[in-house]
Design a protein around this ligand. Structure first.
Ligand code: ADP
Length: 460
């Protein structure tokens, strides 16, 4: 597997959880997986050995026992990253072209021949082209599109290095002065996957395909939607290592203890008495945070709920959430930055988790919330639509609250609806029990991925 993120070594979002969860589940079912990542400055790990590739770049090998894949970190001399994983400029193009070139030398350098190269997102989308250019060991490729909103779209000048000439020619288009790495990978890979069945359909349209829909429609016969799974060793209220209290059933007093501790930590007043709505999210336009922020004043005025918000990202969204927290002390708490402990406390201790995304390829936080009996309030898009069923109090079926429109009125309606269930003990116990039973373990997904790997290898 070739990727830019792998939890916990290098993580900014769900991609890291997905590559780690899938690769570990594949190992657990007997497959031999090796992980290739860039060597970021921020990675805290000790290499067991270092291999030098033909082109002078190096691979640091990190050994992992316990049925986890060995991880190789690719180091490019002179390529200084900042403290964050991505620079957002031409250095990213450089880093990930070099990563693709390293992938093409991997089998020869390590003496380990993969049956399939599984590439994740634009960061690894040049691997098929690099393998073809190297012309040596040729195994089939699978490219997973975790988020079509990030395409590796660069001005052609970003590929000016003589080392990258073959890629510049491969990516060049008479029509565009820019290169689009994800588009090239979507053409080149033997099989394509994305992270939910609904998103697999959505990205064939201009609204969600974001310019890639033409290529994806052409290749729809090799495109499969497979939901991400959850690593229940980490995300499970029975043994979550981040939590002091553990529980397994609806209405558990331990969940209330976690909620009270969360409210104390965040300064939410009367936390035990009022419904708490959590949010754990990158703050990006995709996530619909601005729509939630616009709805919050009215929700706060018309209900007694409180908000526990955690996220970092776009400065305008950070300052909007800070402003709401200042104006509603005791009812709105906002923690900025990346904080694993508070993420777990919010997901476990809140009554609801809101995910108001404009689009969401899969979404992981709603899956975590379900397992903690924290009721997801989500927009009906992508993986959110595939994993949360709107609760019907009459039949007692459903796992959360689902709204359709990306506007403040729809969120306000959804929260008011969800609060009615919260106030009705029989509905609430039923809803929490349904949520707690949802199973999104990786084991089921492994079978689907192996079927895609077999298709990539072609008829035997
Ligand atoms: P995306 O990959 O688009 O960011 P996902 O829902 O697939 O969205 O995954 C988000 C992951 O990142 C989850 O594991 C979530 O808990 C984590 N996360 C998001 N923001 C933060 C934060 N500020 N602190 C800690 N974890 C976060």
């Amino acid at each position: 597997m070739i990727a830019s993120e792998y939890a916990p070594l290098a993580k900014t979002g769900g991609l890291a959880d997905a590559t780690a969860g899938l690769s570990r589940a594949l190992c657990a079912s007997g497959h031999d997986v090796r992980m290739l990542l860039p060597y970021y400055r921020s990675v805290a790990a000790t290499a067991a050995t270092t291999l030098t590739l033909r082109d002078g770049t190096t691979l640091a090998k990190i050994m992992h026992g316990d049925g986890r894949p060995h991880v190789y970190l690719h180091d490019v001399p002179g390529l200084e990253g900042g403290d964050s994983l991505y620079t957002g400029d031409a250095r990213d193009a450089h880093r990930f072209i070099e990563l693709a070139m390293a992938a093409a030398q991997f089998a020869q350098a390590t003496g380990w021949q993969p049956d399939v190269y599984h590439c994740h997102d634009w960061h690894a989308a040049l691997v098929p082209a690099a393998l073809a250019a190297a012309g040596t060991h040729r195994a089939p490729t699978v490219l997973t599109l975790h988020n079509v909103g990030y395409q590796g779209d660069f001005p052609s000048a970003a590929l000016a290095s003589p080392r990258h000439r073959a890629f510049a020619e491969h990516l060049a288009s008479a029509k565009h002065p820019r290169v689009n790495i994800l588009m090239a990978g979507s053409r080149d890979a033997n099989q394509l996957t994305t992270v939910s069945p609904t998103y697999a359909r959505e990205i064939l349209t201009p609204e969600f395909g974001m310019g890639l829909e033409g290529v994806l429609v052409e290749r729809r016969s090799v495109l499969t939607g497979i939901l991400n799974g959850v690593d229940y060793e980490i995300w499970d209220p029975r043994h979550d290592p981040h939590l002091v209290h553990h529980y397994s059933s609806a209405g558990a007093p331990e969940k209330l203890e976690i909620k009270k501790a969360l409210c104390r930590r965040l300064g939410i007043a009367d936390g035990h008495a009022r419904p708490v709505i959590g949010l754990v999210s990158r703050l990006a336009s995709q996530k619909g945070i601005d729509i939630l922020a616009a709805a919050m004043p009215q929700i706060l005025a018309s209900t007694d709920c409180a908000f526990a918000l955690l996220g970092s990202g776009e400065p305008a969204l950070e300052s909007e959430l800070s402003r709401l927290a200042r104006e509603h002390v005791g009812r709105v708490a906002y923690v900025s930055g990346h904080n694993e402990l508070i993420a777990h406390e919010i997901i476990a201790g809140s009554d609801f988790l809101v995910v108001p995304s404009r689009y969401e390829p899969c979404g992981l936080t709603q899956l975590y919330a379900l397992r903690f009996g924290t009721i997801p309030i989500v927009r009906a898009t992508g993986g959110l639509a595939d994993t949360v069923q709107h609760f019907d109090a009459r039949s007692g079926r459903g796992t959360g609250c689902v709204f359709n429109n990306a506007d403040p009125a729809a969120i306000t309606w959804a929260i008011a609806t969800a609060l009615q269930w919260f106030r009705s003990p029989p509905d609430w116990v039923k809803l929490q029990s349904n949520a707690l039973r949802a199973d999104h373990s990786w084991d089921q997904r492994v079978r689907d991925y192996v079927a895609v790997y077999e298709r990539a290898r072609g008829p035997t």
